[in-house]
Design a protein around this ligand. Structure first.
Ligand SMILES: N[C@@H](CCC(=O)N[C@@H](CS)C(=O)NCC(=O)O)C(=O)O
Length: 214
């Protein structure tokens, strides 16, 4: 397997956590420098026409894109430990938490969106940062409410083992911390973050520990 990665990509961070939890090592890693536009290079676009990281190239040549699809592929091909609970209602809950992050928060704050705010709409850096923080706060407020009021929440987002929900939560909190967002209104989220980061699989996937970290 070959992972197309970037230390600061929270979508790639999800895949790094998933690989670590499954104890699967990508034989090769290619680092796509997003700030330098590596995602728009012709050879990368040939692999992933969306020009987004991550991508996972399988030994048989198939190229998987979209972090959640990659994580679910890994879960299906390496069943232990499972990323989704056995009951359908639990799976729906875990996917809902993951999607709240991956579909509602993350896309609004993606690099190309931020570049558009600055480059095309002419926003000042502080306005762009305000936008970033605003959408994280909107998403985290709802998540904190949902997780803190639900008996299904345990040590992790769902029960006492990490799931797809935690795989999405930890990288999103890392982004929030990078933008110095006050995390004190989200005690449940930070408690779960600590539980996750106590696991070597999560800790080893942290951006600062990646070979391309700057
Ligand atoms: N929904 C996609 C999002 C992928 C994505 O947006 N990746 C970001 C890094 S976290 C990226 O490549 N951004 C490049 C850009 O915005 O130009 C996934 O989950 O894989």
């Amino acid at each position: 397997m070959k992972l197309y990665d970037y230390f600061r990509s929270s979508a790639a961070y999800r895949v790094r956590i998933a690989l670590n939890l499954k104890a699967v090592t990508a034989d090769e890693r290619t680092f796509v420098h997003l700030r330098m536009g590596g995602q728009r290079a012709q050879d990368y676009l040939a692999l992933n026409p969306q020009g987004l990281v991550p991508a996972l190239e399988l030994d048989d040549g198939h190229v998987l894109t979209q972090s959640l699809a990659i994580v679910e592929y890994l879960d299906e091909t390496y069943p232990s430990p499972p990323f989704l609970p056995p009951a359908a209602v639990g799976r729906a809950r875990v996917r809902a938490i993951a999607l709240q992050i991956a579909c509602e928060i993350h896309p609004l704050n993606n690099l190309r969106v931020l570049n558009y705010l600055i480059g095309t709409l002419g926003l000042a850096r502080e306005q762009k940062d305000g936008w970033y923080r605003y959408w994280i706060d909107v998403g985290f407020e709802a998540l904190e409410k949902a997780l803190s009021h639900d008996a299904a929440t345990g040590r992790f987002c769902h029960g006492d083992g990490p799931t797809l929900a935690d795989i999405c939560l930890v990288p999103q909190i890392a982004n929030a911390r990078r933008f110095e967002i006050d995390m004190s209104p989200y005690p449940t989220l930070t408690r779960i973050e600590s539980a996750c980061n106590a696991l070597p699989a999560f800790a080893a996937a942290a951006p600062a520990l990646q070979p391309d970290a700057e």
